[in-house]
Design a protein. Structure first.
Length: 224
């Protein structure tokens, strides 16, 4: 039975990767290329998505499933892959993530950076951290807080990924981004189509913003 489930999960991940490839082709007019980084795609094919969802939901996961977890609001796998790819992280980078849990993302970060710092406005950070470590992500830390303000005590970060939409780019996040670093964030009102925005910080501290494609995210919550 165990092998049967393992085979099923592996087949689901393989199907997910194929669908991501198709989505990349369909959005080539926005992202300007026909494939994502092979390392990112390889990692996505190995992530044990079922480890991050309630047991009753895991067997029924499909390649396009947002993988409902204990907490809520998740992204389709293509967007997870694209955002991870755009960060262009390497094995020495420190990454800050703000958003509800997403079952495919933790291992992507593990394979592209040595430090993942996760801050969430609602999620029990210690539970998420334990889940991640059980699947091999060791150098990670979590905290419950207002994602708008980032995590100053752990700054600066080489990369920042925000998976909830802000009405504008939060100045605290720009400040906490290391020169030469990248941030990916959806920007716009919760009532309209938003823009996925890539921000690059030059060595001199100047910012270059590029709109990637229209998206729809849940709002970034907090007191701001």
């Amino acid at each position: 039975m165990q092998n049967t489930l393992a085979d099923r999960y592996a087949a689901q991940r393989a199907g997910m990767v194929q669908l991501i490839h198709q989505d990349v082709i369909e959005t080539v007019g926005f992202i300007g290329r026909e494939q994502l980084n092979p390392v990112v795609m390889s990692v996505l094919g190995r992530v044990p998505r079922h480890e991050f969802v309630p047991p009753r939901n895991a067997p029924g996961l499909t390649p396009t499933d947002r993988s409902p977890s204990v907490w809520a609001d998740h992204l389709q796998p293509y967007i997870v892959a694209l955002m991870t790819d755009l960060l262009q992280t390497n094995t020495t980078d420190r990454v800050l993530e703000m958003a509800p849990v997403q079952p495919t993302r933790p291992r992507c970060s593990r394979n592209s950076s040595t430090g993942l710092h996760d801050r969430d406005h609602r999620t029990p950070g210690s539970i998420r951290r334990d889940q991640a470590r059980q699947t091999g992500l060791q150098q990670c830390s979590g905290h419950i807080g207002d994602g708008y303000y980032g995590w100053e005590e752990h700054a600066p970060f080489d990369a920042i990924i925000v998976t909830a939409a802000a009405s504008h780019v939060p100045p605290p996040l720009l400040k906490q981004l290391r020169p030469g670093g990248r941030m990916i964030i959806p920007v716009g009102s919760r009532f309209t189509v938003q823009d996925l925005v890539l921000i690059e910080k030059s060595p001199a501290g100047e910012f270059v913003l590029r709109q990637i494609l229209p998206v729809r995210f849940v709002p970034l919550t907090g007191e701001h």
